[in-house]
Write a protein that binds this ligand. Sequence first.
Ligand code: COS
Length: 380
Amino acid sequence: MQLTLSPEQEALRKLAREFAEREVKPRAEAIDHTGEFPKDLVQKAADLGLLGILVPEEYGGAGLDHISFAIFVEEVARFCASTSVILDVHASVGTEPIVLFGSQDQRRRWLVDLAQGKKLAAFALTEPEAGSDAANLTSTAIRRNGGYLLNGTKIFISNAGEAGLYVIFATTRPGSGATGITAFLVGGDNPGLKVGPKFKKMGLNGSAIAEVYLENCVVDEADRLGQEGDGFRIAMRALDSGRIGISAQAVGLAQGALNDAVAYARERKQFGRPIAELQTIQNKLADMAVKIRAARWMTWKAAALCDAGQPFTREASMAKLFATDAAMDITLDALQVFGGYGYLEEYPMARRVRDAKACQIYEGTNQIQRMVIARELVRV
Ligand code: COS
């Protein structure tokens, strides 16, 4: 793994940083307060070619690597985690399964629209009774008239109601666990797919998260992704690189918090001098910077292995675990540097704490990441 970015990755960082500073930063506070889904920012990201960052050029994407993807997510998350998770879910778990497992026909039918932002993507695995234990999902896909009839309920689905494509996981062999799970590509306009009201959440207020109901949802055989029984493997592979995105999001949240804490500490005077001169504040800032550096490199390491076609499940879980726990600590510490002001909603510190908490939970709780890491360690 190279420890410097390539000219292409640097160029991508410049583009993503300009987008984040010019478009995302001024909107972040309002998005959090109103809970508005930032459709316009999604479109602007699409116009810059950022939605199809992992889509090959032949399908209208940018065809970039996972380090570039991580940089993009990080840059946006420095200012607005809601926007970054919308873009991250779309680009990784929503779109990548088609890049990796789609037929030529499926790639042609979906990827161009997904890369150009004509459709947003969602990933629907979790169910009310099957969260961490994803293999135990009970949504069914029963063969009917040359296609499938899908029934069941999905929960905590990011981009629900906004997406034009849902990657849906259901069992074609009820009761047979992981081996019965099959993946389907279901259009947002399918009359058998309904979306519940947006959840009111602790944070990530601009991101639409809701239940998705499959009610006699008719899906053609041509919209089955992979073979019957391939679904669990597809979901796990999608989550492996999804976790790179969540790690990058955590790095961005933490970097944004550190940048603000440094600026504030230099300007805020107590005891006749800037608090940045106090060792107690300096220690906090230094610890934050070290954790961010480690988290970013762990994220890029997982991304580099993924790009090299090597196993990266463990590294993605390690990065997700470390980066999201670090983001939680760092956003809290940065808030503390702001003292009483940090507790006010007119500063971005409280929002970052609220948003960081989600990173320890979604795309596999950090308890599940430990399980994935430990299983590899003790495997006999
Ligand atoms: N990539 C490819 N295949 C994988 C895989 C991965 N990362 N992880 C597991 N598999 C395969 C296994 O190889 C196994 O196939 P074989 O029997 O052919 O070997 C199959 O999938 C079942 O795997 P396993 O026995 O490990 O499944 P478990 O039910 O024990 O669960 C965990 C595995 C806990 C890791 C999984 O359920 C998980 O990640 N849960 C969290 C789900 C999650 O992140 N949800 C968030 C959704 S987005 S908000």
